[in-house]
Design a protein around this ligand. Sequence first.
Ligand SMILES: Cc1ncc(COP(=O)(O)O)c(C=O)c1O
Length: 284
Amino acid sequence: MRFDTRLLQSGSDPDATGATVPPLHLAATYDTRWQEQPRYFYTRSENPTREALERTLAFLEDAPFATVHSSGQAAGETVLSLVPPGGRLVASDDVYGGTRALFGLLAGRGVTVDHVDLTDPAAVRTALSDGADMVWIEAPTNPLLKIADLARLGPLARRSGAVVVVDNTLASPVLQRPLDLGADVCLYSTTKSIAGHSDVLGGALVCRRADLHDRFLAHRTAVGAVPGASTATSCTADSRRCRCAWPGRSTTPGCSRTRWSAPDCPSATRDWPTTPSTTWRGGR
Ligand SMILES: Cc1ncc(COP(=O)(O)O)c(C=O)c1O
């Protein structure tokens, strides 16, 4: 299915009322006596409006699972909860400042964080030779717009036993689908390209692994960093329009390499060998 068709079809699966956009469920608690099969109890754990956004984001990446969070940071904190005490994280040498702050919190759990230039395959191989619990790739990075060859890094990282996380915030699923390139988890600050109208603060984790998804759900329910239903419904509507943020840009689902170009930042320009190219210009 072409990505634009996928976008058009997303977020509109009607409920029992036949509503063609997801209804806004503001209730904090639910009376299970009215439910044919009790499923909704308390909105910190489950909320139908939030689930509509999750289905939308999962559908855009051809993934069975997504969780949405109160911010990109909350999504990051959730995925980092997978790193065990005393574990090791290998990460891009350039990452968003807030992500660096989250990494700083890991020290309290005895986690070692090693930053590597992920555009240098030899450096990556050396860093992974000691094993890692997680590899965190931001692609493109914020702020330097460094590009990582996800198709090459994914298998390398997984051989070391690591969970591969890609922060795909700047690219959005319009231009890059890391799960197709071997990532385990795709992280978004939906505040950025997905919502795109500066009216939403949110985050998301999209994945194809049920074991990881279950852990994200359990962590989110325990911590409670969920987006409200109004935020979720805005984000669902915005995400269906996120293609508009990239007018004239072609997308190539399943393409293993991507041609990126950031004219304002020559060091970020990489021309990967590719089939019909996906070109991304600029960014924040
Ligand atoms: C690449 C990247 N990841 C994560 C975040 C954090 O997202 P949020 O501000 O929604 O918490 C940001 C925010 O700018 C970002 O640019």
